[in-house]
Write a protein that binds this ligand. Structure first.
Ligand code: CP
Length: 318
């Protein structure tokens, strides 16, 4: 058991022991999710605020469900319907939420560093749910959990991340997390989206799709992050698909047991064909399901939880 942190702001600063603590804690919470009564009182009396200033389906809803399953009070803050629209600053917003008794602030924001900034101006715990192209730690944790569930120990495993790496917080968080757990990471995509300089993160970079996937244990696909691109990074989506889209023919280059992953949302027919996304090679829905257990574990740990046993009394059944 290794966790003393009040916040979860990125993956880079976590040790491999801390990552494994989150994954082991999530394993316990996944079991809780199999009970007829899926709630434990670990966060009873605590207030959690979901402050999402960017769109989200998976992350926002799984944090909401996670807080409910831990018996916390959860409030959803939607930027479009808030006083952000009247010019209120992020600092004033979070100070007001804290004055309303928020114990844990979960924040998604388009600016890299937003969660780190908030952690310096409030006393509440802060969880980064995605900040610009910087970090998405709970996505990396649920990806690592899903990979280990299917492939066991990740030491020496080959993981290829394919797509828009430059603008992807998921890619950065996955790279750090995978390397901390001993996996070998290959990056592939158009040179404008996968600069050679990413080799300085300890990854292999290739622009040859066959080379990228032929030895992979896991292929993690990413969508094109149009919302963060200020100019066109390649001639057209159809050209991207022609060169880097994963279809059945190209998947035959990969090992038969290579896992297909994607953090979502998927742009079907662009980075990934529907028949692969919906095939038994794909663990995309496992990723979504595991996100709930991971987010329960993170809420539990930043609130000072030490042992899952602490949370199991009361409402559950063993
Ligand atoms: N993977 C992910 O972060 O999805 P959402 O944007 O729907 O939360």
């Amino acid at each position: 058991m290794s966790w003393e942190r009040k916040h979860l702001l990125d993956i880079y600063s976590l040790s491999s022991e801390e990552i494994l603590t989150v994954l082991d804690t999530a394993k316990g919470f996944k079991q809780v999710g199999l009970r007829s009564i899926k709630k434990v009182p670990a966060l009873r009396g605590k207030t959690v605020v979901n402050l999402f200033a960017e769109p989200s389906t998976r992350t926002r809803i799984s944090f909401e469900l996670a807080a409910q399953r831990l018996t916390a009070d959860i409030v959803n803050f939607t930027a479009e319907a808030s006083s952000f629209k009247k010019g209120e600053t992020l600092k004033d917003t979070v100070k007001n939420l804290e004055a309303l008794s928020a114990d844990i602030l979960i924040i998604r924001h388009s600016s890299a560093g937003a969660a780190h900034f908030v952690s310096r101006v409030v006393n509440a715990s802060v969880i980064n749910a995605g900040d610009g192209a910087h970090s998405h730690p709970t996505q990396a944790l649920l990806d690592l959990y899903t990979m280990r569930e299917h492939k066991g120990d990740l030491r020496g495993k080959c993981v290829t991340i394919l797509g828009d790496i430059l603008f992807s917080r998921v890619a950065r968080s996955n790279i750090w997390g995978l390397q901390k757990l001993g996996a070998k990471v290959t990056l592939c995509g158009p040179p404008t989206l996968v600069p050679k300089s990413l080799e300085s993160m300890g990854c292999r970079v290739t622009y040859d799709l066959k080379d990228a996937i032929s030895n992979a244990d896991i292929i993690n696909l990413l969508r094109i992050q149009h919302e963060r691109q200020k100019r066109s990074m390649f001639p057209s989506l159809s050209e991207y698909t022609k060169l880097f889209g994963l279809n059945q023919e190209r998947l035959s280059w990969a090992r038969p047991d290579a896992l297909i992953m994607h953090p979502g949302p998927i742009n079907r027919g662009v980075e990934l064909d529907s028949e692969i996304a919906d095939s038994n090679r794909s663990v995309i829905m496992d990723q979504v399901a595991n996100g709930l257990a991971i987010r329960m574990a993170v809420l539990f740990l930043v609130n000072g939880g030490n042992h899952l046993d602490d949370s199991s009394g009361g409402e559950g059944e063993s």
